[in-house]
Write a protein that binds this ligand. Structure first.
Ligand code: CA
Length: 231
């Protein structure tokens, strides 16, 4: 379970990081809004803890930016003052919970566990994984080694189809009918172009390569880290 804390106050940040680490979470701590925003955009977290008052870009801006990008990672907001406006604004922007400083660590931990329980129930069945590739189906999000990968809707559907039928060689005609809802016309190279784009995003920058081209037949996805079929 990976958590991002964005908190500019050194003591509070260190204290939260230490407490959550000791409670078994993997924690990244950003001390500025810009760093936090960058991490939230590029890494995959199960939860974000955002301080509202930050010197550069504030917690509410980070929240609105990730929600605009259709990122539904749970967000817990922290603020020093019990400001009704901040609270209302935060919840309107899509925050999941809110904690007013000062708070007891036990209180924060209880909120964190509650927030993580919500999606975790579904995550068991709604995540597909091959090697370090993870597809989050309800959120339509993809990551490899924890790095978020931005795909178009079609690219996501294409990847999902390959992953669901892992190890099978899928002919272009099947891909065309399942993903594009069209009859395969052998004159078009729509599928090949789409596969090339998909690979450039989720295979080329990583190792091992997961998508295989089977000449004259189609495409498949396999987990090269799983035992080979030599037996
Ligand atoms: Ca602050």
């Amino acid at each position: 379970m990976k958590i991002l804390i964005v908190e500019d106050e050194t003591k509070t940040g260190d204290y939260l990081k230490q407490g959550l680490t000791e409670s078994g979470f993997s924690v990244d701590l950003a001390r500025t809004g810009l760093d936090g925003h960058h991490l939230a955009k590029t890494e995959a977290y199960e939860l974000l803890i955002l301080d509202i008052m930050l010197p550069d870009i504030d917690g509410l801006k980070i929240l609105s930016s990730i929600r605009e990008a259709k990122d539904s990672t749970p967000v817990l907001l922290l603020t020093a003052k019990d400001s009704i406006e901040d609270k209302v604004k935060g919840l309107e922007l899509g925050a999941d919970d809110y904690l007013v400083k000062p708070f007891a660590f036990a209180e924060l931990l209880a909120r964190v566990r509650t927030l993580l329980r919500r999606p975790a129930v579904m995550a068991q069945t709604d995540k597909l994984q091959i090697a370090d590739l993870v597809l989050d189906l309800p959120k339509r999000r993809v990551s490899r080694s924890g790095k978020k990968i931005k795909l178009t809707n079609k690219e996501f559907s294409l990847l999902e189809l390959l992953v669901r039928r892992k190890g099978e060689v899928l002919p272009r005609s099947l891909i065309a009918s399942q993903v594009w809802d069209m009859n395969f016309d052998s004159d078009t190279n729509v599928i090949d172009v789409a596969i090339r784009r998909l690979r450039s995003k989720m295979d080329d920058p990583f190792d091992p390569k997961l998508i295989t081209t089977v000449r004259g037949m189609g495409y498949s996805i396999e987990d090269p880290t799983e035992g080979s079929d030599e037996k």
